[in-house]
Design a binder for this molecule. Sequence first.
Ligand code: ZN
Length: 420
Amino acid sequence: MTMSISKYSMGVGDRFGLEGVAQLRAFQAAKHRGVAITPVWNKSNREHSLIGTRPEDVRAEAEAAVKSCQWRDAYFVDADHIGLATVDKFLASSDFFTIDVADSIGKSASDAAIAEYVADMQRFAGALRIPGVAEPVTVTAASLQAIAAKYLFAVEEAGRIYRHIAQAKGEGNFVTEVSFDEANTPQTPAELFFILAAAARQKIPVATVAPKFTGEFLKGIDYVGDSQRFAREFDEDLAVLAFARQTFGLPASLKLSIHSGSDKFSLYPIIHRAIKKADAGLHLKTAGTTWLEEVIGLAAAGGDGLAFVKALYREAYGRYEEMAKPYLTVISINRTVLPTPAEVDSFSAQDYVQTLEHNQACKRFNIHFRQMVHISFRLAAEKQAQYLALLKSNRASIESHVTDNILKRHIEPLFLGTGG
Ligand SMILES: [Zn+2]
């Protein structure tokens, strides 16, 4: 039997590996309210190397959480954003693989491969009508040639990575995502259709596909862009997936994956309406906000916890370039409106929480401060023994923040269509 993923799933990250139970409680609460969402614990190679964790740590955390919560439904461990150079150490512990081929976009496939692909796709030449897409797509030999030049090598690369994983784990024993979200430009719905065609030709059983959407998906803050335009594009992408499933025999469960960078609150009602209307599935991948909830939980606890997160900010502020370097394309921090470390030192517990917590209605909330703390988890890793001790001695404060964040800010508006 082929392993498949259910209609709704959500990826959660956990930098320090202690919040698996608190995260899973949010999924249990959703189930209790009648909506089944499969948890997927994701961690990228970059994150492992910045913190010093290993893929098997994520597997151990997931299994411990599942056991402790008596979770009897499916769950997955995602090797997030892997390529041929990084996948091997994830093979034993992951059963969900996010094959990232964004870096291969624009590299040229062989002339023969391009010619063969274009010849095969000629059957769509003319005005291609995709049910649910407003305008017919004009398909010509030249437009197919252009799509092939841009994407064919990348999809071939995805095929190479898929076959490498399948050789180690056996076909059907893992879920395959193909991601293009870290590309420089968004893919149009027409491009997505022909990318899926190429994936089917590579015999990749794509379960989830992560395109780059229009607009900015920055770390830990809301969507920046034209949300009406996003809504149209998202509807059309759903229509393309439905059509591609039938046309190319891709898995019936094929669905979109949104690498949200977390907290795209203004998009959640739009996405909720769209997936309900289309009766479509969805994978939402979040990242890093569990770490922010740990910081919030420590700040709220006062005492040593608050002192630690104040010192962390002072350090981050002084080492800004170093913290920002791996994230320059996914953050937008205006340093002139960051509070100074001296100001933060004078914060009460409530001041710190309100400045950091993603509550756009709160006057104290500062998205620059939030992004700064978001990218500074490495500083906690540098003082790991002290940090982990604080996480353990402030469990109650932290866990309620972690669970509530996932349940109330993400699951409710996106999957349940309530709250938010
Ligand atoms: Zn991504």
